[in-house]
Design a protein around this ligand. Structure first.
Ligand SMILES: Cc1cc2nc3c(=O)[nH]c(=O)nc-3n(C[C@H](O)[C@H](O)[C@H](O)COP(=O)(O)OP(=O)(O)OC[C@H]3O[C@@H](n4cnc5c(N)ncnc54)[C@H](O)[C@@H]3O)c2cc1C
Length: 485
C-alpha cells in the first residue's frame, strides 16, 4: 500500500546507546549493552529512563493518526514491556469522511465510530482530554468527562490531537452556525433539516416557512460539498413523501474561492459544479458570510438570506492543545522534523492535522490536513517511536498522494485514484469500495456495507431522532471552540 521510502539520514546524534534485546528487556534487572549493526544495519536507541519500569508511551488523541500509531506500536512492541496509553475524550476512532452520509441519513452514527477497546486491545485507554503537557516532569495533565483530573507520566509522548473547525471573527458565526467534525454535528443537520421541513408545512407565515426550508452551507471543499449533496438528497426524499415541490427547499453553497473542490482539479471540479446546479443547488462562488442571526445570514455582498440552518465547513486549524505547548508552530500546526519528532524534544513526536509535517514531495511545504496523510503519519510515528526505543529503524515521513474520493449523493461521485479522473456511477462504486476498504474495523465495515445495500434497495429513512440538543451541536460543546452556549 505504501510507497517505498527513500532512506534519508535521520540525525543519529539524537539517539544514544540503549541496553535492549528481547531477553534483556524481560530481565530488566541485569541490562546488557547490545549493538545491532550486524542485524539491521545501524540502529541506535535512547537510554531508558528507569530500568525495571515499563516504558510508558502516551498517545494523545484517537483520530486517524493516534489510532494508527497506537495500533502499529502495539504490533511493533509486542513482547516488550512497553505500555501504550491512549488519552482521548471518546472511546472511539471517528471515521470522519463518512460524516456527510450520517447527516444525509444513509449511515447511522455508530457505523462511523470504531470502538477503541475492540480495535486496540493492547492499548490502555484513558477517557479524557489533555489540558497541558509538562515537558520537564514528563507528564500530561488530563481532565475526564466528570472534571476529574490526573497527571499521566510518559517516556515517549505522541501528540495527535487533530484539528477543529476554523472560525473567523464573523458576528454570530459561533452561535448560529454548526460545523461537521463530530457525530453530534452530523446528526444535528439531519434532524434540523427534517424538523424544519415538517414545521414549514404547518407554518402560516410563508416567509417563515421559506426560511425554514432554506439551508446555507459555507465551504465548497470536499467536506462542505459532500454535506450539501447529502442533505439535498435527504430533502428531495422528504419533498417526494410530502408531494412538495423540491425546489421549495433551497440550498445555497457558498465559497470565498472561485472554484468548488480545488482538491480534484478543474475538470472534475467543473463536473461537480454542473451536477450540484442540476440538482437545484444555488452555488455562489467568491461569496462568504458577513453576519449571522438566529433566522438569517447576510452575505458579504449585503444580500440577506432568511434561514435557520447554517453549516460552516470552511477548513480546520490545529486542536487547542497545541496552543498551550509553547512550541514553534506553522499556521498553528506544531512544527516537527522529518522523523515527526519535535525539535529539542527527542522523546516527543507529533503527526496528523495538528502537526506541520515537512512534505518531501513538495519541498518547503507541509502535508495537507487529510486522513490519507494522518494514517500514514500514524504509521511513521509508530516506526520512529519504536526506533527511539531500540526497535527497528527510524525513517523520515514521505507519502505520495493517492488521490481523493468524494461521494456526491445518489448515483454520483468524483474520484481521482492515482490521478485517474473518474466521475459518475463508476466513481461512486470506487468511492464506496474505498471507504469499505479504509474503514479500520471489520464490524464497522460490515455495518456500512449493509447500509449501502439498504440505500440501494430502500429510500432514505426520514427520521429525526432528536438525540442531539441544540447546545450539544454547537462548536463549543463538540469541538471546544467558539462562544459558550
Ligand atoms: C466531514 C469531513 C470529511 C473528511 N473527508 C476526508 C476524506 O475524504 N479524505 C481525507 O483524506 N480526509 C478527510 N477529512 C480530513 C480528516 O478527517 C482529517 O485529516 C483527519 O481526521 C486527521 O486525523 P488526526 O488524527 O490528525 O485528527 P482527528 O481525526 O481529528 O483526531 C483527533 C483526535 O484527538 C482528540 N483530541 C483532540 N484534542 C484532544 C486533547 N486535548 N486531549 C485528548 N484528545 C484530544 C479528538 O477527540 C480526536 O479523537 C475529512 C474531514 C471531515 C471533517
Amino acid at each position: 500500500m505504501f510507497p517505498p521510502f527513500a532512506f534519508d539520514p535521520v540525525d543519529r546524534s539524537r539517539y544514544g546507546e540503549y541496553p535492549y534485546s528481547p531477553s534483556s528487556h524481560r530481565d530488566a534487572a541485569t541490562p546488557v549493552i547490545v549493538s545491532f549493526e550486524a542485524r539491521v544495519g545501524t540502529v541506535f536507541c535512547m537510554t531508558h529512563e528507569s530500568a525495571g519500569e515499563p516504558t510508558r508511551i502516551v498517545v494523545v488523541g484517537s483520530g486517524f493518526a493516534g489510532f494508527e500509531c497506537a495500533r502499529a506500536l502495539a504490533r511493533r512492541l509486542r513482547g516488550t514491556d512497553a505500555r501504550i496509553t491512549m488519552i482521548a475524550p471518546h472511546d472511539y476512532m471517528l471515521y470522519t469522511p463518512l460524516l456527510p452520509e450520517v447527516a444525509g441519513g444513509i449511515l447511522d452514527a455508530r457505523f462511523v465510530t470504531v470502538p477503541l477497546s475492540e480495535a486496540l486491545p493492547h492499548v490502555e485507554l484513558v477517557k479524557g482530554s489533555v489540558d497541558s503537557v509538562d515537558f520537564g516532569a514528563r507528564t500530561v495533565h488530563v481532565t475526564d468527562c466528570e472534571q476529574g483530573v490526573e497527571d499521566v507520566a510518559w517516556d515517549r509522548l505522541v501528540l495527535t490531537p487533530g484539528s477543529v473547525t476554523r472560525l473567523f471573527d464573523i458576528p454570530g458565526l459561533a452561535e448560529h452556525a454548526r460545523g461537521l467534525k463530530t457525530p453530534a454535528e452530523a446528526l444535528y443537520f439531519r434532524d434540523q433539516l427534517l424538523t424544519q421541513i415538517e414545521l414549514a408545512e404547518r407554518d402560516t407565515d410563508p416567509s417563515v416557512a421559506d426560511a425554514r426550508r432554506t439551508v446555507v452551507v459555507v465551504g465548497a471543499s470536499y467536506a462542505g460539498t459532500e454535506l450539501t449533496a447529502q442533505l439535498r438528497a435527504l430533502a428531495d426524499e422528504a419533498a417526494a413523501r410530502r408531494n412538495l415541490d423540491p425546489a421549495k427547499i433551497r440550498f445555497l453553497l457558498l465559497d470565498a474561492a472561485d472554484t468548488v473542490m480545488p482538491e480534484v482539479g478543474e475538470k472534475l471540479g467543473g463536473k461537480v459544479l454542473d451536477v450540484l446546479r442540476s440538482r437545484g443547488i444555488d452555488v455562489r462562488l467568491e461569496t462568504t458570510l458577513a453576519e449571522l442571526g438566529p433566522e438569517h445570514v447576510t452575505l458579504d455582498d449585503g444580500t440577506v438570506i432568511p434561514t435557520r440552518t447554517v453549516a460552516w465547513v470552511t477548513g480546520v486549524t490545529a486542536g487547542p492543545l497545541i496552543d498551550t505547548l509553547g512550541l514553534p508552530t506553522e499556521k498553528g500546526r506544531l512544527t516537527v522534523r522529518p522523523d515527526l519528532s519535535v525539535d529539542g524534544h527527542p522523546d516527543v513526536f507529533a503527526g496528523g492535522d495538528a502537526a506541520a509535517v515537512p512534505d518531501p514531495k513538495n519541498s518547503g511545504s507541509v502535508t495537507p490536513p487529510t486522513a490519507q496523510h494522518a494514517v500514514r503519519e500514524g504509521q511513521a510515528l509508530a516506526r520512529n517511536v519504536a526506533a527511539s526505543l531500540g526497535v527497528g529503524d527510524p525513517k523520515p515521513y514521505s507519502h505520495r498522494d493517492m488521490g481523493l474520493v468524494v461521494d456526491l449523493g445518489p448515483g454520483f461521485a468524483v474520484a481521482n485514484p492515482l490521478g485517474i479522473q473518474l466521475s459518475g456511477f463508476l466513481a461512486k462504486v470506487v468511492t464506496r469500495a474505498y471507504h469499505l476498504y479504509a474503514m479500520p474495523n471489520a464490524a464497522n465495515r460490515w455495518a456500512v456495507a449493509l447500509a449501502y445495500l439498504t440505500d440501494l434497495l430502500f429510500p432514505r429513512p426520514l427520521v429525526s431522532i432528536g438525540l442531539v440538543t441544540d447546545s450539544e451541536s454547537r462548536f463549543a460543546a463538540g469541538e471546544g471552540v467558539g462562544a459558550q452556549s
